[in-house]
Ligand binder design. Sequence first.
Ligand code: FES
Ligand code: FES
Length: 149
Amino acid sequence: MANLTINGKKIEIDVEPDTPLLWAIRENIGLTGTKYGCGIAQCGACTVHVDGVAMRSCGMLVSEADGKAITTIEGLAADGKLHKVQQAWIDHDVPQCGYCQTGMIMAVAALLKDTPKPTDEEINEAITNICRCGTFAQVREAIHAVANA
Ligand code: FES
Ligand code: FES
């Protein structure tokens, strides 16, 4: 059994401790906004926040997440209001197919929490998510828009 706190809710699930957190989130809990891309912690599609830090959930075991506060894309908006990064994504037409974008948004939200006005270099270092549609320029534009709002 594992005790996870996801988007503020405590959830007990019956899984092996070495189950990847991504599997538990999608298959056991049914929150499918977090995506499976590479499965080897390279692409960032599965990014969630664990105690406020952006983590690639395919590379984290359920046992490592036990007792920690996990936020998925479904829990990013608060009080019926989109997170400022979600709003910027709409305002700047960032997504194309959308597959990578939940992970991208979670990574950017974590970056801006710690570094509200990131330089291009800081963005390059922190946002290493892969987007097959090539939305990198729009992502950067939206990050700067949030930073300068
Ligand atoms: S699916 Fe986790 S980093 Fe690609
Ligand atoms: S928007 Fe299609 S993979 Fe990023």
